[in-house]
Design a protein around this ligand. Structure first.
Ligand SMILES: O=C(O)C(=O)C[C@H](O)[C@H](O)COP(=O)(O)O
Length: 219
């Protein structure tokens, strides 16, 4: 049985989660190594490509110091594939009762997406405390997050904003007390992975980790 609270704390410890779309398992090693060299021991591999489960399995097996999660998990079948591959946590862009059931049944760390107060209520009813806030910037950014979460102040909700988060606004998001970590594709974009720009990915990851650490230590 996975201890979901502990797992999410581990996943969010860096303050930043690189969200990746990866087309083939051939790139998995170089990607994991670039992130680990930058001191970023977490990754969300989205189920938006056919290679996702295989990539998770490869990273989970070879890079045991990497907390590997699955993104875009919107069906119980994909949740099972992610768990079997060795994912330690999973996220989704939205929230559905079927997925909360499937995750609860599996005892698995699952972070549904929320974009409205009703999503937060639906999650809370099921004991969910950590939500993805998606799409963070187009929806209205920090002001919107504060507004929808304000009524739930007594419930200790935590958020992982993604969608339009990047190095240019990372600092403000991390300063937000309810933000557990931010997620985004800017660290290792699909194009960078496809082109094998490992030096660029390492630089982006280093910059993000450094900034997140500085903000947290200061605050
Ligand atoms: O589908 C999911 O489960 C997701 O994880 C959504 C992604 O986190 C965002 O699409 C990332 O947005 P950008 O960083 O702006 O590219």
């Amino acid at each position: 049985m996975i201890d979901t609270g502990e797992t999410l704390l581990e996943a969010t410890a860096f303050g930043v989660i690189p969200v990746v779309e990866i087309d083939g398992v051939a790139e998995a090693d170089a990607l994991a190594e670039a992130l680990l060299e930058a001191g970023l021991g977490v990754i969300e591999v989205t189920f938006r490509t056919r290679a996702a489960a295989e990539v998770i399995a490869r990273i989970a097996e070879r890079y045991t110091d990497m907390v590997v999660g699955a993104g875009t998990i919107i069906s119980p079948v994909d949740l099972r594939r992610a768990i079997d591959a060795g994912a330690r946590f999973a996220l989704a862009p939205g929230l559905s009762a079927a997925m909360l059931d499937a995750a609860a049944e599996a005892g698995f760390a699952y972070v549904p997406g929320a974009m409205a107060a009703s999503d937060l209520q639906a999650g809370l009813e099921r004991g969910i405390r950590t939500f993805k806030f998606f799409p963070a910037m187009p929806a209205g950014g920090i002001a919107f997050l504060r507004a929808i979460s304000a009524p739930f102040a007594l419930h200790g909700l935590r958020f992982i904003p993604t969608g339009g988060v990047s190095i240019t606004n990372l600092e403000e998001w991390i300063r937000e007390p309810a933000v557990a970590a931010v997620g985004g594709t800017w660290i290792a974009s699909r194009v960078m992975i496809r082109e094998g720009d490992w030096a660029g990915i390492r630089r982006n990851a280093e910059e993000a980790v450094r900034l997140a650490r500085r903000v947290r230590e200061a605050g």
